[in-house]
Structure formats: C-alpha cells, structure tokens
Design a protein around this ligand. Structure first.
Ligand code: PEP
Ligand code: MG
Length: 608
C-alpha cells in the first residue's frame, strides 16, 4: 500500500531560485513524429486525458485565504468519496478490495500532504488546482521512476486521487479551450480532430500529443491551423505542469520540457531562421510550378473549411484538389442542410473565382472522424475497416443525396468536380454514380441549374481500388491517390497509432508499386491522376512522384511554396532517374534514405 508519509519528501523539488523563474529542475527531450513545421516556445497548457486544464495560475494575496478554504473543502469531499467507495466496494467484493479506497482516503487526509499543498498556496499564491496538480504529479513521477514494479503502479493511485480532488475544485467543469486569452502550447495525451479544429491559432502556438500518427486527422488539422505540431511522443503528460516552459520543434519532431538557457537560445535562433525561410518562400506565389526543363506540375490545395480557400490563394494554389467536407459535420448536433452545404461550397468558389477547379469530396465520416449524428455503433469494433465514408453514405441515401444536390447546384457557379472517398470496389463506384444520376434527374425536373458534365472522380486509397484502377479508369474522369489511407490499408498499420509509425511509410515499396499501377492505368485511359495524401506535401517524395508520372499534387496550402521551390530546382530527367532507382530498392528505409539524399543535393534546407 502507498505510504502517505513517503510522499512528504519532494525528490524533484527545484532550488528556490529556479522555482522563482517557473522552471522544472531538469530539461527533458522527447522525440515523436513531426506533423506540422515550425518552432514554438512558450508556457504549457496541459490537458490530461480527462480534459482538465490546469494552468499555472496565481491568485491575489488577499485571495489566498479563500484558496486555502477551497482546498480544505475539496480534500474533505474527496476523502468522503473515497470512504464511500471503500464501503461500497467492501460490501460487494470484500474488505481487501475496499481497502484500496481506504488507503486513498488516508492519503487525502494525511496532514503532511495538506501542509505541503497549503504552503505552496500560502508562499507562492498558487491556485488550489495548480498546487494539487503540481504536488500529486511530482510524487507520481517520483514513484514511477523507482525501479520497483509495485511502486510504479501506485503512481496510478495518485493520478486517481488528483482527479478526484480536482473534480471537486473544478466542480467537474472543464474550461473551454476556446476561451484562451494568452499564448500557450497545448500538451495532451490526444486531441480529436474536432478538438484540434476548434483550437484558436492566435492563442495556441503549437501542440504536442502522446499518441497519434503521421497522417491522423488531428495531425492534418495542425497543418490547417499552420501551427507547429508533434504527435506520437509517448508518455510525457504526467511529467509536466501547466505553465512550464516548453519548446515544440515541428521540423524535427521534438518536444523539450523545461529547456535550459542554452537550448532556449538555440531554439530562439532556429525560430527566427525558420520564419525567414518561410517568408523567403512568399515570393514564389506567382511563379509557375515548372521544372528546370520546362515540365509543368499543377499544385492544388487541400482544405477542410471554406475559409481556407484564402490560404490557397495566398500560397499560389491553382485550385482545390481536395475539399474534405466532413468537417462541416464534426462537432454538430444535426447534419448540415442542403443550403448549408451550398453556402460552404459557394464561399470557396467566391474566393477562388469560377475558373479554378474545386474538387469536392463527398462525406468521409467514420474511423477517426465522427459527427454527433454518426457516432460509432457499439458493434463497430474496427471503425477504419467498418462503415466509413461511401459505405456510410450508401446506407444513408438522404444524407448522400443532400450533399450531392448541393455539389451539383454549386457546379452552376464554377469549375466544381465531385469525388468519392474510400471506394473499394467497382460496384461501389457504380452505385455512387447511379445515385448521382438520380439526383441530376431530380434537379432537372425541378428546373435547378447545374453542370450536366460535372467531372466525376474516385479516390484511390484502398489497395483493392488500386489493383482494379484499370477497370475504374473507364468509369471516371480522374483519380486522386489518398496515400494516407492507402499506406494504412496496404501495410495494415493504423495511421493514428504511433506504435506502428515505423511501418507506416510512404516510401514502402508495396505502396509505391500500387501508385505505379494507378498512374499507368490513368495514362492508359487518359484520365487525370492526382496525389492528395500527406505524402504529396513531403519534399523528399516530390522527385519520386514526378518521376512516376504524377503531374498534379494536392497539398496542405502551407506546404505549397516549399514543394514549388523544389519542383523549380529539379529536372524531369532527374526525377525519372530517381524513380527508376527507387523502384529497384527493396525497403522503405533504403527508399527514404535515397530520396532524402537526392533532395538534400538539390535543396538542402528542405531536408534539414
Ligand atoms: C488520404 O487518405 O490520403 C486522404 C487524402 O484522405 P483523408 O486523409 O481525409 O482520409
Ligand atoms: Mg482517406
């Protein structure tokens, strides 16, 4: 059992001088997966798995007494909860199990714990929440670091107790991230795509999460917000308290907790040089994406929200290659109406003008993206392989047709194209097209204007679709290769799971063979082929994709200038040679090393 007295000593306590500067005693460096570039330095805002945010806050001196009363009240309530749990569990399972909660109660009632918390509040004017979070986490961390299995698991008890006391202090309220007033760096176990979408980049300067993979929708949203982000860092949230200084290096995938002065200096300089590299790219906006030997490549933007059409314009995109419309549904209580769809699409068209292509992808809900209206059913044990995307739409024709009507109506106002996601069989593609034909007929009968020749495309993001691309090519106007899912389904490696991140590589020979099949099928049928997964915005793959025959890339707008700069620095002959060499290599590691070297040769700054 946990010994309350053992918690009185604070093995990680900082000397007073450094406490006064709000620093933890030791710098810690964590490595994860870089998903959005840039460097941010600032105070941490920790969201634990329960979503409590415990910022480092102080109260006025005259409020210290109130804070001490609140603490006493919360400790009393928390001890009462533990005693009630002890009784209930003892009655049901026996005294030995109830004893666990008895020990919780003893700890919460321990005078040395109360004294420690009170002195933090009295001497440093901390809020009761912050004092609790800081003390409990520090002790938990100390227990975890002791090399004895039993003690490490006791740390979980401390987190339970912390949660219970905080629950009483916060009255179970969760402060809204949307209410932030000052710059912070969000640190969390995980963020859902809709939580990420709700972050305000004016105040949230970066985020770092314990879980998540390179192509998770949370990672994609970081690119949309244009803030540095690192995911898949492994366990670190319990090592940090709100307000601690942290550095997020979104270029290298590094999180630094409590940087020392030298590191802070180095990163301040890195931040400045990254900003000047970025601003140097601005002048590329109106230059063509042409290789040195004159081959043109079309660079389009990926968007999630209509307002991002402006980002596309600012970064010189020639249109929108992927509009992920499911973000219209996320976090909403009810599904958007036809008028709301239409309004969103027309906003994009108004920003880009009628001549630029806008590829609207039909709803891709499911897997890691859920609207309130389409929560996973309990039996959906494997949502990435379940009723997602067109599978969901084909079972809910009202939903599907509502969106199709809006897309068709928007097509009367500009170069709108429709694209179906997650198509895995030819039959599915035909079903989607059949429903589109029905919706066209309805609109015609109602006398509503639309483009009869609206181009129709399919995403190729399931290996089965890539393998039958030759057949699909006869039935569509364009392909768009969604490498985010194509990689996950080819390698059976969850795109959101950091534990399989090394398997999940765009450079895997199996993935490259599928891309090659699709490009050849497209050439055979004269249909356009685009790559719209995150791979298209990663500089090391540009040469390869061009060399394989891709002439259209759809990219997070933020990455367009960099990719354009790279395209303007190479020849198509070099790209073809690189692709030939890559197709001879046998492992993702060899492919990635080779491409990194080739890219470094032509544009070293994008590789480092
Ligand atoms: C993809 O899978 O590559 C893709 C572009 O779609 P999403 O990331 O939205 O699944
Ligand atoms: Mg996809």
């Amino acid at each position: 059992m946990l010994q309350p007295a053992a918690l009185a000593r604070d093995p990680l306590a900082a000397p007073r001088a450094s406490r006064a500067r709000f620093r933890l005693p030791f710098m810690e460096i964590k490595r994860g997966i870089p998903v959005a570039p840039g460097v941010a330095i600032g105070p941490a805002l920790v969201l634990d798995t329960e979503g409590f945010r415990i910022p480092r806050r102080c109260v006025q001196r005259q409020q210290v007494k109130d804070e001490l009363d609140r603490l006493q009240e919360a400790l009393r309530a928390s001890a009462a909860d533990a005693r009630a749990n002890q009784q209930a569990v003892s009655a049901k399972l026996g005294q030995q199990y109830g004893g666990i909660f008895g020990a919780h109660a003893l700890l919460v009632e321990d005078v040395s714990l109360a004294r420690e918390l009170e002195s933090l509040i009295r001497e440093q004017s901390f809020t009761a929440e912050y004092a609790v979070s800081r003390v409990m986490r520090r002790h938990a961390k100390a227990l975890e670091s002791i090399d004895s299995g039993g003690l490490a698991t006791r740390a979980a008890d401390l987190f339970d107790i912390e949660k219970s006391i905080l629950g009483h202090l916060l009255g179970q309220r969760r402060e809204q991230l949307a209410d932030l007033q000052e710059p912070v760096i969000i640190l969390a176990h995980d963020l859902t795509p809709s939580e990420t979408a709700a972050l305000d980049p004016r105040h949230v300067h970066a985020f770092a999460t314990e879980s998540g993979g390179r192509a998770s929708h949370t990672a994609i949203m970081a690119g949309v917000l244009e803030i540095p982000a690192v995911v898949g860092l492994g366990k670190f949230v319990t090592d940090v308290s709100g307000g601690d200084m942290v550095v997020v290096d979104g270029n290298r995938g590094v999180l630094i907790l409590n940087p020392d002065d030298e590191t802070l200096d180095r990163y301040t300089r890195a931040q400045t040089s990254f900003r000047s590299f970025e601003s140097g790219l601005v002048e590329l906006r109106d230059l063509p994406a042409k290789t040195k030997d004159g081959a043109s490549v079309q660079l389009l933007g990926n968007i999630e929200f209509p307002s991002e059409a402006t980002h596309c314009q600012d970064r010189g995109a020639e249109g929108v290659g992927l509009y992920r419309t499911e973000f219209l549904y996320l976090g909403k209580e009810t599904d958007p109406t036809e008028a709301e769809h239409l309004d969103a699409y027309l906003t994009v068209l108004r920003t880009l003008g009628p001549a630029k292509p806008v590829v609207i992808r039909t709803l891709d809900l499911g897997a890691d993206k859920f609207s309130s209206a389409a929560e996973p059913t309990p039996e959906e044990r494997n949502p990435f392989l379940g009723v997602r995307s067109v599978r969901l739409c084909l079972r809910n024709l009202t939903l599907f047709k509502t969106q199709m009507r809006a897309i068709l109506r928007a097509s009367a106002w500009g170069d709108v194209r429709i694209m179906f996601p997650m198509v895995s069989t030819l039959l599915e593609l035909r079903q989607c097209k059949m429903i589109l034909a029905e919706v066209k007929e309805d609109l015609e009968e109602e006398g509503i204007a639309f483009n009869r020749d609206l181009p129709v495309g399919t995403m190729i993001e399931v290996p089965s679709a890539a393998l039958v691309a030759e057949q699909m090519g006869r039935e569509v106007d364009f392909f768009s290769i969604g490498t985010n899912d194509l990689i996950q389904y080819t390698l059976a490696a969850d795109r959101t799971n950091e534990a399989v991140a090394t398997l999940y590589s765009p450079g895997d020979p199996a993935v490259l063979r599928l891309i090659d099949i699709v490009v050849k099928a497209a050439e055979k049928h004269g249909v356009a082929v685009n790559v719209c997964g995150e791979m298209s915005g990663e500089p090391i793959y540009t040469m390869l994709l061009l060399g394989l025959g891709i002439r259209q890339l759809s990219i997070t707008p933020h990455n367009i200038p960099e990719i354009k700069k790279l395209i303007r620095s190479i020849t198509m002959a070099e790209a073809a040679e690189a692709a030939r060499e890559v197709m001879r290599l046998e492992t993702a590691r060899d492919v990635n090393n080779y491409l990194r070297e080739q890219t470094r040769r032509v544009l070293p700054e994008v590789v480092s």
